[in-house]
Write a protein that binds this ligand. Structure first.
Ligand code: TRP
Length: 374
């Protein structure tokens, strides 16, 4: 029996109470130290709120990327999305950060839309459905303001001709016993899925292949993707490429109790296509750090650290550090109660979505400009 609170973190499943220190130890990654924060502050001139507030907390070789940046040597960015449904606000978080990095680094971004992956791993999904979601989800990426000149969205099924040679080279260097140990494959796992990790490795090397410029990639992504990079890092040098570097973020919680925002529980996540009424209802039903009655909460205060509404201010919707500190204190001392925060968050989310939805529709005519330039 699996204990309900037991932490499970794989690229396909995130469950239980997440202990991020333990993940750093178990995955063998490095913490994002104060020293690295200081370096970034110097290099970038400012620190994004996702760094200041430690949403990004771990890395592999990020220090080497900063060395290269400081010496004016090149590198590129890589991240991606498994398109199995609509995008929710939690998905936007690392993409927003990627855009910040892209602006600071002035570099190319490769973004992998894995319609193939979602087809092989999801029992119920048809291939034309995951492909269609891929194009829909690309609109959300484009709406964030990425520039077509330096952004390459790879749609796996469409672009396989550009990926297949590298995938084969990776696949030949990874044994079944390694893949099984890293991903937990079983006898009943379909062989499409077993081969698939080779495809996720490809964008780590595609810039080198297409341009002849052999530079490393930096991958900003949630830490559940780390197993892929372990495999890729092992084969990179054997293939004559740099090991990919990573910067890892935490999971953005859903509006329900515990866990990450998950599209399989639609009432606990805010989709980018939700209406103002849907947003209001979802936030109204959110799990907070409040007390059973307002009277009690006014007297004893709430707990912002277990509150999902507070996390949305912290990671996305309140830029001002002083206001966050004030909200934290007001919550603890009963100065603000949950109704106040929910009303304010609803307003902020709806304002953001109104703008995002417009840009998302405008992006429909532009998708082709973001195709892989190959
Ligand atoms: N496997 C990822 C998912 O299911 C999609 C993905 C592909 C990705 N390449 C990536 C995510 C690189 C982050 C970084 O969501």
């Amino acid at each position: 029996m699996v204990n309900e609170e037991e932490m499970i973190v794989t690229p396909w499943e995130v469950r239980g109470k997440i202990d991020y220190e333990k993940l750093i130890r178990e995955f063998g990654t490095q913490p994002l130290t104060d020293e690295l924060m200081e370096r970034m502050k110097k290099d970038f001139g400012d620190l994004h709120l996702q760094l200041r507030r430690r949403l990004f907390f771990s890395h592999r070789d990020f220090d080497l990327i900063l060395d290269r940046f400081e010496k004016g040597q090149g590198f590129v960015l890589y991240t991606g999305r498994g398109p199995s449904g609509p995008v929710h606000i939690g998905h936007l978080v690392p993409w927003i950060f990627t855009k910040y990095l892209q602006e600071k680094f002035h570099t190319n971004l490769y973004f992998q839309m894995t319609d193939d992956e979602k087809f092989v791993i999801e029992d119920e999904m048809a291939l034309d459905e995951t492909t269609r979601w891929g194009y829909e989800n690309a609109l959300d990426l484009i709406a964030l303001g990425f520039k077509p000149e330096n952004t390459n969205i790879i749609f796996d099924v469409k672009d396989i001709g550009h990926l297949y040679d590298l995938a084969l080279k990776v696949a030949k260097k990874v044994t079944y016993s390694t893949a099984k140990a890293v991903f937990g494959f079983q006898d009943s796992t379909n062989i499409g899925w077993i081969f698939w990790p080779a495809i996720q490795a490809v964008p780590c090397f595609i810039h080198a292949k297409l341009t002849g410029e052999n530079v490393p990639v930096l991958i900003p992504a949630a830490i559940d993707q780390d197993p892929y990079w372990r495999i890729t890092r092992d084969v990179a040098q054997k293939l004559g490429y740099h090991k990919p570097a990573q910067i890892h973020c935490r999971f953005v919680p859903g509006l329900g109790k515990g866990g990450k925002m998950s599209a399989s529980e639609p009432e606990t996540c805010i989709f980018t296509t939700d209406t103002p009424e849907q947003v209001k209802r979802k936030i109204w039903n959110a799990f907070t750090g409040g007390k059973p009655t307002v009277k009690e909460q006014r007297k004893t205060g709430g707990d912002p650290y277990i509150c999902t509404v507070f996390q949305y201010f912290l990671y996305l919707f309140e830029e001002d550090d002083e206001k966050i500190a004030q909200l934290d204190e007001d919550c603890r001392t009963g100065g603000v109660v949950c109704g106040d925060c929910k009303a304010l968050l609803t307003e902020r989310v709806n304002r953001f979505l109104k703008d995002h939805q417009k840009k998302r529709e405008d992006a429909r005519k532009d998708v082709q400009k973001f195709y892989l330039k190959a």
